[in-house]
Design a protein around this ligand. Sequence first.
Ligand code: S3P
Length: 441
Amino acid sequence: MKLRANPHGALSGRASMPGDKSISHRALLLAALAVGESRIAGLLEGEDVMATAAALRRLGVELERDGKGRWTVAGVGIGGLAEPDSVLDLGNAGTGARLIMGLLAGHPFTGIVTGDTSLRRRPMARVAVPLREMGVTILARSGDRLPLAIRGRADPLPLDWRSEIPSAQVKSAILLAGLHAAGRTSVSEPAASRDHTERMLRAMGAEVREEETEGGGRRVTVTGQPELLPRRLTVPGDPSSAAFPTVAALLAPDSRVTLVGVGTNPLRTGLYRTLREMGARILEQNAREEGGEPVADLLVESSDLESVEVPAARAPSMIDEYPILAVAAARARGITAMRGLGELRVKESDRFGAILEGLRACGVRCWSEGDDLFVEGGGPPAGGTRVEARLDHRIAMSFLVLGGIARDPVTVEGAETIATSFPDFVALMNRLGARIEEVTT
Ligand code: S3P
C-alpha cells in the first residue's frame, strides 16, 4: 500500500493513544502463565500482538476477545503449555518471537518459531545463547536466525547471565525461562532497559529483585516456579506511538494537541526528555497510574526547536524513537548529534541506514560517523519524493510525519506495515488535521 502525506497546517484536538505494544505482548504472555482467568483492557490489537495471541492459541491457551481491546485469557500455569501442532509464526514481532522462545525453554516439547522477511533477518543469538546455557536445545539457521526449532525442558537450569546489550527482549526472554527453573535466574545489563516484565510479574505475585550494578547497570533476579495470580490488567497508551503525533504537532505552526493516556515509564521517555531539551512545549497533565505503570495526558504545542546532542546513555529509553527524532532534528536549528545507535541496525529494518537514506531523499543534510548520526536542521525539508518502508512501521510513520511538514508531499511505499503497531494511525492523524491519503499510482 502507498500512502502520500501532503503538507498540512495546524494540528488540533484530542486523541487517545493505542495500547502499548511492549506491555500488550507481556499482558498476554504472562496472563497465559497465571493460574486462572485474567482480564485485559486497552490491549493493542495491531498485527504484532495478534501474532503473539495466535501463537499462544497454538500452545493451548484459550484467549477470548470481549470487545475492543478487552480480552480474557485462561492461564494454564507455569509449565502448562501444550505442544504446538504447527509452526509459530510471529510475523514482524521481535518481542513476540523472543519472549515466546523464553516460554518454550520451560517446556519439554519442540516448537518451531518463524516470522516475516524482516524478522527472519534479525539476530536471535542474543536469546538462543543464554537459553542454551539453561540446557535448552535450539537449532537455527546460520547466525542463529529464524526459523528455529527449540526443544525446552521441564526443569531448565537457573542462570546468572550478563548481557552485553541493554535489551528488554533479551532480559524478558531469560526471565520468562527462569520462571520455569528451580531456583533464581538473574540478568545483568549494562544500562536499564524497559522494566514492564518486572512490574507485571511483581503485580502477579512473583518475587523479582532489582539492584544497581557498577557503571549504571542493573541486575534483575526472578525466583523460579511461583504461582502467578490472574489479574485485571489495563494497558497504557504507547509512548512510542504517541511520538508521531507529538512531533507532527510540534513542527506544524499553531498546533495544540492533547494525547490522552500515554505511558510515562521513565525507562521509555527519552524522546520526550530530548524534545524538551530542544525547546518543545510538552506538558504532562492528569498524571495517574494504570496497571502498575505511570500514565499522563500530553498537551503538545508547536515549538521552535534547537539542535541538541543526545548521549549514547539515553538510547535504551528511546531506542524506537530515533527515526521520528531525526524528523524533528531536520526542522531544528543547528546540527543534532545522536550517539551510540548501533542497535538501530538490527531493528525491524536497518533503521540507521533507512533514516539516512530517507532524509537525504527528502533534501535533509545528514551523515554518520561510526554509530553516531548527525542531522542538520533548518527550514521545511523539500520532500517531493518516495520512501520505502522496508517492513518497518516506524520508518513508514516517521516519513509520513515528515511529508506533513515538508514543502512537497512524501509518498511511503509498503505502508501496510503500520498495522503492526498503530492500525488507526492514518485516521487519527487526519482527524487531528494531517492530510494522509492512499494513492494507487
Ligand atoms: C521491546 C524492546 C526493544 C524495542 C522493541 C520492543 C520490548 O527491543 O526496540 O520495539 O518490548 O521489550 P530490544 O530489547 O531488542 O532493545
